[in-house]
Write a protein that binds this ligand. Sequence first.
Ligand SMILES: C[S@@+](CC[C@H](N)C(=O)[O-])C[C@H]1O[C@@H](n2cnc3c(N)ncnc32)[C@H](O)[C@@H]1O
Length: 277
Amino acid sequence: MSKNNDQEEFWNADGGKRWVEDIDRLEAMLSGLRDKLIAYVAAKEGESALDVGCGGGITSAAIAAAVGTQGSVLGVDISEVILNVARTRYAKVANLRFATADAAQFPFEANQYDVITSRFGVMFFPEPDAAFSNLLRAAKSGARMVFICWRALAENPWMGAPAAAAFTILTPPEKPAPGTPGPFSLADPERVKQIMSAAGFVDINLSPIDEKLNLGKVDEALSFMTKLGPAAQPLREATDDQRRLAIAAMRAVLESNSTDGVVWMPGAVWLVEAIVP
Ligand SMILES: C[S@@+](CC[C@H](N)C(=O)[O-])C[C@H]1O[C@@H](n2cnc3c(N)ncnc32)[C@H](O)[C@@H]1O
């Protein structure tokens, strides 16, 4: 096991299993953001691309289509269990390969990629400076890195509001120290700039994207909200009575944000663009 230890274990065990259980719902929820990311990546015919933390491979596949048969895409992910989904789904895409790897440490061949991208796959590095340096080495001079990551939890009610409702019943977990690997570790734009410029990227630019996310039907949204996010662990540790009350409180929030039974809630991300000198 690599230095990534906790994250590697999480994504290969419970975290990965839960992601795979709800993968269709999660990918549907993130599809609008994927389309925006793909538009900003603007991959051209013949380019070579790297998708970091590619998960089920849906973004990698869209880029593979854009770069065409003369181009190629490598999707890397630390989780074998999630990558199995990508391998099964996109086995027939000739210009798309997947590798199980810790992107922070994988010995990529140097000067390989025209573009490095990620949809929510670069927030889990325990040593982000070293990880982004490793990615930079894999890219050609003049290449671009284009990714999306979450802004702060407070700006993401789709995750924060149901969890806050659960915490009217349950004790919330301790707030992670700023920068702790996790979905919100790159929420601070100054930190992103610092990490990326320390790694050697230039022209680093962050733009906010706000988007209402389709969380699916109330029961679907409740299913993944209780398994992923800040309330998941407290719910697992709660008594049966507490869990029932907390889930009822979460359901009420989701219902109050639903239209015709479908939950829509605001999400907030950074689009991060940078150049390899
Ligand atoms: C939130 S999921 C996003 C998956 C996918 N990009 C998507 O948008 O559907 C984060 C992904 O990053 C992967 N990951 C976490 N740390 C990683 C690392 N050090 N190297 C490669 N992948 C990593 C996880 O296994 C997981 O698949």
